[in-house]
Design a protein around this ligand. Structure first.
Ligand SMILES: *Cc1c(COP(=O)(O)O)cnc(C)c1O
Length: 352
């Protein structure tokens, strides 16, 4: 059709499957196996239908922003809240990566980065991870239009030390560096303290994994007041009422209950340690993970085959048909009970 000449054509990001038949063990999208903080259910009861007549507040003027500012010891003007961190990241691409030089990110990483670069027409180059799947900081210390990487990296789970993160931020004072910390709460060290020294840094986190609220879509970015203002200007030029009223109310409770949050993260870290032992016992190798998942390869059986075999047993994990990583599975850490079911299924699929 003639009208198609004027269409913006993109190849969309492909998220993990969301099967809805009951009884499935879902270890494929890094959601938390634990419910949100108890205060979230209580806040749900308090929601008022009448309040829905009104537009919600701007996210930065809400109790949620205040709670986050307090938690991270930053000013409220250093916080940007979006509809999941995908929204924060997408807005950050649009806002900060507006130059002519290519932006840089790893060749194996969150597969949304190249999608945003394409949709916004941002030139980009990837830098290959080393043989052990590690990011080489020196690769990002050449002239560029901006830098983005997750820490820990996805889907490998490999954590970079804060000194290496700082090396990248310090070498790039003329551009914005985005550190995507979707998995930082599972044992990593956050770059948030670097905000005091670097006004070109944006740290992005999410409620979707460690805070058990993927379905509510809340993400946030932390940066210097100047940087955050630019982000708000762009966001409010696209859609100003971003988070809905229930989300704002429920989100506060997830941040407020620090003890519950910590107990969930601790449980997942503990289950992850057990999973490392159980998977190693069954012939898997994997880099040490600091995420709520393990990126594992079997010494004998092909990942694609295990992926299909597990699915037949109603266990969903993630597999990418992509160079360098097509013999790996990314397995989300579930409850101990779910993991036991996984080990039993692996014994069937990989043979014992
Ligand atoms: C899960 C994930 C996100 C996006 O999460 P949201 O649900 O949009 O908050 C961003 N980056 C990485 C590396 C992720 O794994």
């Amino acid at each position: 059709m003639k009208w198609e000449e004027n269409v913006r054509k993109v190849t969309p990001y492909v998220p993990g499957e969301q099967p809805n038949q009951p009884g499935v063990i879902k270890l494929n999208t890094n959601e938390s196996p634990y419910p949100p903080a108890p205060g979230v259910s209580a806040a749900l009861e308090r929601l008022s239908a009448d309040r829905m007549r009104l537009y919600p507040a701007f996210p930065e003027q809400t109790a949620l922003a205040e709670e986050l500012a307090e938690y991270y010891h930053v000013g409220r003007d250093q916080i940007f809240i979006g509809v999941g961190s995908d929204d924060v990241l997408s807005m950050a691409f649009m806002t900060f990566f507006h130059g002519n030089r290519p932006i840089l990110f790893p060749d194996i990483t969150y597969s949304f980065y190249d999608v945003w670069a394409e949709v916004y027409g941002i030139p980009y180059e990837t830098r290959a991870l080393d043989e052990q799947f590690c990011i080489r900081p020196g690769d990002y210390c050449q002239p560029n239009g901006g830098v983005i990487f997750p820490n820990p990296n996805a889907p490998t789970g490999i954590l970079m030390g804060l000194d290496q993160v700082e090396e990248i931020v310090a070498a790039n004072r003329d551009v914005v560096v985005i550190v995507d910390e979707a998995y930082i709460d599972f044992g990593g060290v956050s770059a948030v303290p670097l905000l005091d020294m670097y006004d070109n840094l944006l740290v992005v986190q999410t409620f979707s994994k460690s805070r058990s609220m993927a379905g509510m879509r809340i993400g946030y970015g932390l940066g210097s007041p100047r940087l955050i203002k630019y982000l708000h200007d762009v966001k409010y030029s696209v859609n100003s009422y971003t988070l809905n009223y229930p989300t704002l109310e429920l989100g506060v409770e997830a941040v407020r209950d620090r003890a519950y949050f910590k107990s969930c993260c601790d449980k997942i870290i503990k289950t992850r340690a057990r999973a490392e032992a159980e998977l190693a016992k069954r012939g898997f190798t994997f880099p040490q993970s600091y995420g709520n998942f393990i990126f594992a390869s079997h010494q004998k059986v092909q990942a694609k085959e295990i992926f299909a075999g597990l699915k037949e047993n109603d266990i969903y994990v993630r597999w990418w048909n992509k160079e360098r990583i097509d013999n790996y599975l990314r397995i989300t850490i579930g409850t101990d009970e779910q993991m036991e079911a996984l080990y039993a299924a692996l014994d069937k699929v990989c043979g014992r």
